[in-house]
Design a binder for this molecule. Structure first.
Ligand SMILES: CC(C)(COP(=O)(O)OP(=O)(O)OC[C@H]1O[C@@H](n2cnc3c(N)ncnc32)[C@H](O)[C@@H]1OP(=O)(O)O)[C@@H](O)C(=O)NCCC(=O)NCCS
Length: 158
């Protein structure tokens, strides 16, 4: 397969009251769903075939999204193996009455491309062209390695 460049996918959402916890900030699970959806779009468009979420890295929420905020999400494939991909997702919140942007969280999602039977299926190698892409690739490689180590340890302990 020919190496391929990854695209950045972005989305806007609004934090509505029905997505909030009793403190008036966005429920973490709602934000995780938005991030997983965007990661799925980035992975599936990259692979040009269906993909599934295999695992996620730990997620640290630095700044809360408040009701009324605009939520901007960026998703991009930053690492590719044989059938798997690591997608980096960045989330920013913009307050309703001004355009100041806050970085809420960044997380990495592990996706696997699958065939019609749900079996892992190959994806094109990732084309790396800039030092920033190289840096992102190396970070994601650590994420991927950690995910597999964790999975192996849990399976061995069971
Ligand atoms: C993800 C899934 C396809 C992996 O299938 P598998 O047969 O266990 O996979 P294999 O061990 O053959 O590995 C295939 C690839 O997946 C990767 N992979 C498997 N489990 C992984 C995990 N937990 N985290 C990261 N990568 C993982 C492997 O590293 C391998 O990548 P590579 O081909 O780039 O080297 C399978 O476990 C599955 O379908 N899980 C459910 C996914 C799902 O439904 N998600 C939504 C939840 S509702």
């Amino acid at each position: 397969m020919k190496p391929k460049k990854a695209e950045t996918f972005r989305s806007w959402e609004i934090a509505f009251p029905n997505d909030a916890n009793p403190l008036g900030t966005l429920f973490g699970g709602r934000l995780m769903a938005i991030m997983d959806k965007m990661a799925a779009i980035a992975a599936t468009r990259y692979a040009e075939k269906p993909t599934v979420t295999a695992s996620t890295e730990a997620m640290d929420f630095k700044v809360p999204v408040r009701v009324g905020d605009r939520i901007q999400t960026f998703a991009r494939v930053v690492w590719v193996g044989h059938t798997s991909m690591v997608v980096k997702v960045d989330v920013y919140a913009e307050r309703p009455y001004h355009f100041q942007r806050f970085h809420c969280t960044t997380a990495y999602f592990n996706f696997v491309a699958v065939d019609r039977e749900g079996r892992p299926s190959p994806v094109p190698p990732l084309l790396i062209e800039t030092p920033e892409e190289e840096r992102e690739f190396r970070i994601a490689e650590i994420v991927k390695k950690k995910a597999l180590e964790r999975k192996k340890k849990i399976e061995e302990t069971r």
